[in-house]
Design a protein. Structure first.
Length: 533
């Protein structure tokens, strides 16, 4: 085996028992970029971004994710939402992964998940492709040279896209060659059969979601920004609801766009970069993110490029509706260098309501906030997961059920405690549809959403007149300066008010039915936050 010895301490890799034709430790962005082009993994677009295609997997393969069920996880993992795999099947998978690596060049990155110095997780990422190694260098936090001297990984994630899972031998899904297998006891994650890079970063998120609650730290699928007055804001939401877009505010410092923790020290980013949706990205509405598409080193997944001019067509979804861009936080002019800030003043829960029922913004009590956090209502946006071709109403608890190994009540109760302790204001924001459901209405204007958010974050929204929503019981502003008043009452935006009432009753019933699985784990005041039916 030929090994790159530039890594000060490669022992954590060697301890796994892996061998390969060549092992490249902690290569820099430039070296990985050059290798990706040399190996034909991607192409260079105008301005210097690396454009790659991920083939049939252009989103997460949620049905192919497994957790090993053993003595460590039997009573700690929420098995209603996590698919199990036996230790024996995982061991067979692991042996085949080691065999697969033998005659290949592989890339190793030693990185941190988490900016909080008291709670960060040292992880080792081993990839088959150079561009995956570049991607994860963007998305996680790069250690200082002094940290690498004695770096010992707490977890290892291995990503081999060309590996094909065998359902009989590995206990995976019939008809699928894809696998994402998490073994908490062995501190090991194996990813095979997919080139979609998001599987790597979401594996880190899943690990932190398992580990941090034991330390009293709240892991969150959210973006975070902070103003000059240290008025930090948390934006919860699933992919496609606007976390990245709305947190990239030129008037506020970006802490991060997707995954964070809330500790005794304040808020902290799990990552060192952003993974933004690129489809139909607007230079006028999202200038900071748009600028990254013309920067050297940005990794663009499934973005269409003219092979002659090398110009991008961000409106072309022929490769994927879920086209993505990965770039370091340093690409955003007003991003935080530390990835840390103080305790939050506001929590925003983003939902893309495909029914067109919810108002553009509503104020929540702490009990309502916990109710809507556990409900996690939104719409799966086209392309976010394989097989999803149009928005579909869904409930994803904690706004991230696929990444929550523990029971939702653990996260919900921890969130509620932190909200009360820090006296945080909570808001529900609909970035989905208005004037009717998907197919009839239209998406909420981003200009109006930004204006309402600004009013919430600067405190002025607290002083306007509110009405109580007849279906959900939360408070909705009657009028807000600078905002079209008609949009604040969704019933009035529909051509047929009776049709609105019928659809609202349907949605309310969906909330109530979905929440039944949590009623034994929450207090009476949280149960009372349910919509009326």
């Amino acid at each position: 085996m030929s090994q790159d010895t530039s890594c000060p301490n490669p022992t954590s890799f060697a301890a796994l028992g892996l061998s390969a034709k060549q092992v490249n430790h902690n290569w820099t962005n430039a070296a990985l970029y050059q290798n990706s082009i040399r190996n034909g993994e991607g192409e260079v677009a105008e301005g210097g971004p690396l454009v790659v295609k991920t083939g049939q997997h252009t989103g997460r393969s949620a049905l192919d994710k497994y957790m090993v069920r053993d003595g460590e996880t039997e009573d700690t993992v929420w098995w209603d939402a996590n698919t199990s795999i036996t230790p024996a099947k995982f061991d067979a998978l692991w042996e085949d992964f080691k065999t697969f690596a033998n005659d290949r060049q592989i890339f190793v990155q030693q990185l941190f998940g988490g900016a909080d110095l008291d709670h960060r997780l040292p992880v080792q990422i081993i990839t088959q492709y150079a561009w995956h190694s570049l991607f994860i260098r963007h998305l996680l936090r790069i250690p200082a040279t002094s940290d690498l001297a004695d770096f010992v990984a707490s977890f290892t994630i291995i990503d081999f896209p060309d590996f094909k899972a065998d359902p009989t031998r590995h206990g995976t899904r019939d008809g699928s060659e894809t696998v994402i297998a998490v073994n908490i006891s062995k501190r090991l994650v194996l990813i095979g059969g997919t080139s979609y890079a998001g599987e790597i970063k979401k594996s880190v998120f899943s690990i932190l979601n398992y580990l941090l609650p034991k330390a009293g730290v709240m892991p969150m699928h959210c973006s975070v920004n902070v103003g000059d007055d240290e008025d930090a804001a948390v934006f919860f939401g699933l992919s496609g609801t606007g976390k990245t877009t709305l947190s990239a505010d030129p008037n506020r410092t970006l802490i991060g766009d997707d995954e964070h923790g809330w500790s005794e020290n304040g808020l902290f980013n799990f990552e060192g970069g952003c993974y933004a949706k690129m489809i139909r990205l607007s230079a006028s509405a999202e200038p900071e993110i748009f600028a990254t598409t013309k920067m050297w080193g940005t990794v663009l997944e499934n973005v269409v490029m003219d092979p002659r001019t090398r110009q991008l067509d961000l409106d072309d979804a022929s490769l994927a509706e879920n086209s993505r861009g990965a770039y370091p936080l340093t690409s955003i002019p007003n991003a935080s260098a530390t990835g840390r800030c103080g305790q939050p003043k506001n929590i925003i829960m983003l939902t893309a309501d495909a029914f067109g029922i919810l108002p553009p913004i509503a104020k929540l009590t702490p009990s309502q906030a916990m109710y809507h956090f556990l409900s996690g209502y939104t719409a799966k946006v086209a392309g976010t997961e394989k097989g999803v071709t149009e928005p579909t109403a869904t409930f994803s608890t904690c706004f991230g059920a696929p990444f929550m190994p523990r029971h939702p009540s653990e996260y919900g109760n921890l969130l509620r405690e932190l909200i009360a302790k820090n006296q945080v204001s909570c808001w529900l924001v609909n970035t989905g549809w208005t004037s009717g459901p998907y197919g009839t209405g239209h998406r909420m204007p981003i200009k109006e959403t930004r204006a309402l958010l600004s009013a919430a974050l600067d405190g002025s929204l607290n002083s306007v007149e509110f009405r109580t929503d007849e279906n959900f019981g939360f408070l909705v502003p009657v009028a807000v300066p600078g905002v079209d008043t008609s949009i604040l009452n969704p019933r009035g935006t529909w051509d047929d008010a009776e049709a609105y009432d019928k659809k609202a009753a349907q949605l309310a019933k969906m909330f109530v039915e979905n929440f039944k699985i949590y009623t034994d784990y929450v207090d009476a005041d949280v149960r009372a936050a349910a919509p009326s039916i």
